[in-house]
Write a protein that binds this ligand. Structure first.
Ligand SMILES: [Zn+2]
Length: 314
């Protein structure tokens, strides 16, 4: 054995372990190791170390692969959830849209609404111009009694009776037109000692459903339908936010006169009914009962002037 063979072998061992030496050198190292326990130990330790490292590397790789697999699984799961949500959202949207279409289906007169309102408006103008008509308006709110107002109009004079829910008179207005749009009135109210006087202005008619002007101001109503009510064909005009909040105006197709309206605001619903009668008012219907005002207190000159103006016309 060469004296410093151990030193040479020690230098060769790392390359031997990595298997990067020639066949001859390999045989030389193996021959030496078989007869030298010292070098054998060194080789075995190096081999052990290398194996340990290999295991560590494999573990790290395994961990990385595992992580990637888990990550991919998560991504897939997220994709499934997102996809499912999309389907659900689309389904809800489709359902809501179908409901909306169904809801709108009954109301498709659309662009003709304006002419319906305009015709009704003109019809009331015509009634007003006849200078002889009775207008009855009644209204009832959910769980409330029915209130009523009857207006008699003849040749520039009017009497308006307002009734309580129990049918008793609440107050009566007596009035006169002083121009095309302005009017004066005095109010008889048995519970008040003070004379109530007032002036009013109207651009069309005092006796007109307020809901009609509401619809008229809107111009074109959202939707309208044709319905049969008490054997009459009616246009039903509707301004709606949804099925819980809406206004409806019902107009007789034959006469183009509004006959009722509904105002619904969640659980409160108010029903109005309108009746017009032409040519039935007698002079006595619009006669002022002056004695009713005798014990009233006329507050100022303005009140006196209006009273005198009204009395002079009666
Ligand atoms: Zn040796």
């Amino acid at each position: 054995m060469i004296k410093n063979e151990c030193e040479i072998v020690k230098d060769l061992i790392p390359n031997y372990v990595e298997n990067v030496i020639s066949k001859a050198t390999k045989e030389f190292v193996e021959t030496h190791i078989n007869s030298c326990n010292n070098c054998k130990k060194i080789l075995e330790e190096l081999k052990k170390e290398k194996n340990a490292e290999k295991t560590r590397m494999t573990k790290q790789e395994d961990y990385e692969i595992d992580y990637l697999k888990k990550y991919n699984k998560k991504i897939t799961l997220l994709k499934i959830i997102a996809g499912t949500l999309m389907v659900i959202i689309l389904a809800i949207w489709a359902f809501a849209f179908a409901k909306y279409i169904e809801y709108r289906k009954d109301y498709k007169i659309g662009e003709y609404n304006y002419s319906i309102i305009e015709q009704a408006y003109n019809k009331i103008k015509e009634i007003k111009n006849s200078k002889n008509y009775i207008y009855i308006e009644s209204w009832q709110r959910t769980n409330c009694p029915e209130y009523k107002s009857i207006s008699y109009y003849k040749d520039g004079k009017f009497k308006e009776e307002n009734y309580n829910g129990d049918g008793t008179i609440s107050y009566i207005n007596y009035g006169v037109d002083i121009s095309e749009n302005d009017y004066y009135f005095v109010q008889y109210n048995e519970h008040s000692t003070e004379a109530v006087i007032g002036t009013g202005y109207r651009n069309l008619s005092r006796e007109m459903p307020s809901s009609l002007s509401g619809f008229y101001d809107l111009g074109i109503t959202e939707c309208a339908s044709l319905e049969v009510y008490e054997d009459n064909e009616l246009y039903v005009l509707r301004k709606a936010i949804d099925e819980y909040q809406y206004d409806e105006l019902w107009i007789d197709k034959q006469t183009m006169i509004p006959i009722k309206s509904i105002t619904k605001d969640f659980n409160i619903r108010t029903d109005f009914k309108y009746t017009y009668k032409e040519g039935e008012v007698k002079d006595s219907d619009v006669e002022l009962d002056e004695s009713k005002f005798e014990d009233k207190e006329w507050k100022n000159d303005y009140g006196q002037r209006i009273k005198e103006e009204i009395l002079s016309r009666y």
